[in-house]
Design a protein around this ligand. Structure first.
Ligand code: URA
Length: 233
């Protein structure tokens, strides 16, 4: 692979930045300074140092983000609102990460950001039935019959939702687990039982569970084990 391609895939530098850095003698490959950024390297084996930092090659990155309130699940054009990718360093944005699925502007919690389109596609495909759990709070008390209706499936604008699980913690809060992802699904499901979501936080997505050590707006890379579990889908 070309050195400048490797550096741009890793989010380290654009091709033109790599060219300039090479001419300035600021890139080494296996300890030897290179003058041209178009030379071939083996990204898995060669030791590339860019401006004093060792470059770790990886094509894909996987981040767990604890989405705060008010952020849009997009990479750009939040129409005045901030977008979730602004919460992670530039290095990842240069690797073209995007949110895997959407959370509404006021929904909080677990979000996967990645540049692995194939995995994202698999996780979001309706036939994958990936389960997602949300902690919710509603405006009015939820009755047993509301829960039975939600669990059996309710009509949201002409679509009958698939069976799901609802575990109530108090009169007005609990955890709902669904295996599909229609637009505003939980909000609309609660409206179908004449209620209203006042707080919604995603706490799990497939094999991933929101890390309680992450405060709102914080992120971290997935561990190898988390990624392996996620890839089993
Ligand atoms: N359901 C909703 O209504 N909103 C979300 O953000 C996610 C699921």
């Amino acid at each position: 692979m070309r050195l400048d391609k490797m550096l741009s895939e890793c989010g380290v530098a654009t091709r033109s930045e790599s060219g300039k850095a090479a001419r300035a003698g600021r890139i080494t490959v296996n300890g030897i300074s290179v003058r041209k950024a178009d030379q071939q390297v083996d990204p898995e084996r060669d030791c590339v140092v860019y401006c004093g930092s060792v470059v770790r090659y990886r094509k894909y990155v996987y981040l767990m983000l604890n989405k705060p309130d008010g952020y849009i699940s997009a990479t750009e054009d939040g129409r005045g609102d901030p977008v979730v990718t602004e919460l992670v360093p530039e290095e990842y944005r240069r690797m073209d990460i995007f949110p895997c699925g959407r959370l509404d502007k006021h929904t909080l919690g677990l979000m996967l950001l990645t540049n692995d389109g194939a995995l994202s596609h698999r996780l979001l495909a309706p036939k994958s039935h990936v389960s997602k759990s949300y902690r919710f709070r509603v405006k009015f008390p939820l009755s047993e019959s509301d829960i039975m209706a939600l669990e059996a499936g309710v009509d949201i604008g002409g679509y009958l939702t698939k069976p799901c699980r609802v575990a109530r913690n108090g009169e007005r809060d609990g955890v709902i687990t669904i295996t599909e992802g229609k637009y505003h699904q939980i909000k609309l499901m609660m409206e179908a039982v004449h209620n209203q979501i006042t707080e919604l936080e995603r706490i799990s997505f497939g094999a991933l569970t929101l890390d309680p050590a992450l405060s709102r707006g914080e992120w971290r890379e997935l561990t190898a084990q988390e990624l392996a579990e996620l890839q089993k889908h």
